[in-house]
Design a protein around this ligand. Structure first.
Ligand code: SAH
Length: 210
């Protein structure tokens, strides 16, 4: 079966599972997920499952990518978005099709280099990648209208809260393995509001340099 047909099937499945934002579904439909994983696993690229990308890391499950992106956008449009945990750059590429500018930080050099190559090959001109510790955010480009974190810290890093614009939205898995919750934090005039979205399972957000 062609990747386009299996991708269409994946989109229908995400719709059936409750993803409502058609822009998010369309953006996922445009990104060839098989190009973000090892060739040996490419035949499984359009299953709704996380897959290994080496170095103990995983490419997120499409349903989770869709859920997080939908929560980040909240039906609106965002200009500047920071992603922490580039990994394969799949989520990065999905975001690139939906917002004006994407900044993404990855801690592991080999994944960063591969992500860089992919983003260039796919011609995502609105994406900038950085090798470093994403628990510190990327202060030079702050504030962000949205921040999406794809690895789980035990607590929300203070730097990420500080780099959020007024009205800005942070989507982040929080907690230890086996008991993580996806949380949505919104910066308001008075401070921050926090909502728990659903239980999730992410690799840990590891602070400091690799
Ligand atoms: N969105 C990615 C998820 C990759 S897994 C994808 O779908 O492919 C999470 C990634 O976060 C891993 O690549 C891991 O190396 C990275 N990571 C962990 N701690 C980090 C940190 N402190 N700063 C930046 N990236 C980090």
């Amino acid at each position: 079966m062609t990747s386009e047909r299996t991708r269409t099937r994946l989109i229908q499945r995400l719709r059936d599972e409750g993803i409502r934002d058609e822009r998010v579904l369309a953006a996922i439909g445009r990104v060839p997920r098989h190009l973000f994983i090892d060739e040996a696993l490419a035949s499984r690229a359009y299953e709704d499952t996380a897959l290994p990308i080496g170095f103990g890391q995983t490419i997120s499950q499409p349903f989770i990518v869709a859920t997080m992106t939908q929560a980040l956008l909240d039906g609106g449009s965002l200009k500047k978005v920071l992603e922490v945990g580039t990994g394969s750059a799949y989520q990065t590429a999905v975001l690139a099709g939906l917002v004006t500018e994407v900044y993404s930080v990855e801690r592991l050099a080999p994944l960063f280099q591969l992500a860089h190559k992919r983003v260039r090959q796919l011609g995502c001109r609105n994406v900038r990648l950085r090798l470093g510790d994403g628990t510190q955010g990327w202060p030079e480009h702050a504030p962000y209208d949205g921040i999406l974190v794809t690895a789980a810290p035990p607590e929300i890093p203070q730097a990420l809260l500080e780099q959020l614009n007024l009205g800005g939205r942070l989507v982040i898995p929080v907690g230890e393995a086996g008991m993580q919750q996806l949380q949505l934090v919104v910066r308001t005039e008075k401070g921050f509001t926090c909502e728990r979205l659903e239980p999730v399972s992410f690799v840990p957000l590891v602070p400091g340099q690799a």
